[in-house]
Design a binder for this molecule. Sequence first.
Ligand code: BEZ
Ligand code: FE
Length: 310
Amino acid sequence: MSLSRVADAPARSGIIDSEDGVTPVVLASIAKTKDPRAKEIMESFIRHIHAFARDVRLTEQEWEIGVDFLNRIGKNTTGTHNEGVLFSDAIGLSTLVCLMNNGKNGATETAAALLGPFWRMNSPRTQNGGSIVRSATPGPELFANCRIVDHKKQPIAGVEVDIWQSSPTGMYENQDEAQADMNLRGKFTTDAEGRFSFRSVKPAGYPIPMNGPAGDMIRLQGREHYRPAHLHFLCFRPGFKTLITQVFVDDDEHLESDVVYGVTSALIGGYVRHDSGTPPAPDVKPPWYTLDYTFHMEPGEAELPKPPIA
Ligand code: BEZ
Ligand code: FE
């Protein structure tokens, strides 16, 4: 059949004769999707990804690179490393989704921040005031005193708070055989005044894993691959929207160039250095740091995210 015969023939639904025909045929083929939300998401995804391919006039070689990139994200994801989350974080998608779904669905400033790829379930329960340092860890000591309040500034008791941070050597315990299992992780519970406190080391900035496709992308973009120093918190109590957040160190050089776009003004904490005075515990030598921070939880559903790693 010659091309002119095809062009002259009456249009038949489902048969694609030109570039312009692809999107309507694909959309029509998924029109019977029963779940309305799944249908909305898939239709929008098809429209946008087709528009993207047209916008950049994607070549066949570039399409191959893109498919290979996706395959490599999957292959690089293991029980202890989540390249998919890392990629989402590194293109700002995680922060966008976080800010759209917190702070009254994006209407106001929020205390939430992206989860990142390193939260683990079942952190060791630790007494208020206890230490999350579980094997020798360098760095000045940190004493954090935190409070959780509701939208009326009333304390919230009984909040379960997971805390995790990287070692100042630049790695989370799950990335580093030199650290004890669950080093720098702990689960605390707020008291009647909504308070919890813990002892640790002052966090340091660190490079994100750069040995997979997300790292290749960041190198291609010629930008920094550091996270500014921070502590992670996940605050859970039925009746409140689970608060996932980070508190950043105020003097970190990468605050304005966080590779995963997590820093908001509300999340820059006051980490105070102490060179003299009575230390918070007899074994503490100067300098040590203190952090006082108040978290705000919104009413809502308490749901736990799927842990990115085992
Ligand atoms: C983190 O803070 O743990 C993190 C977040 C995004 C990418 C890599 C690490
Ligand atoms: Fe982190």
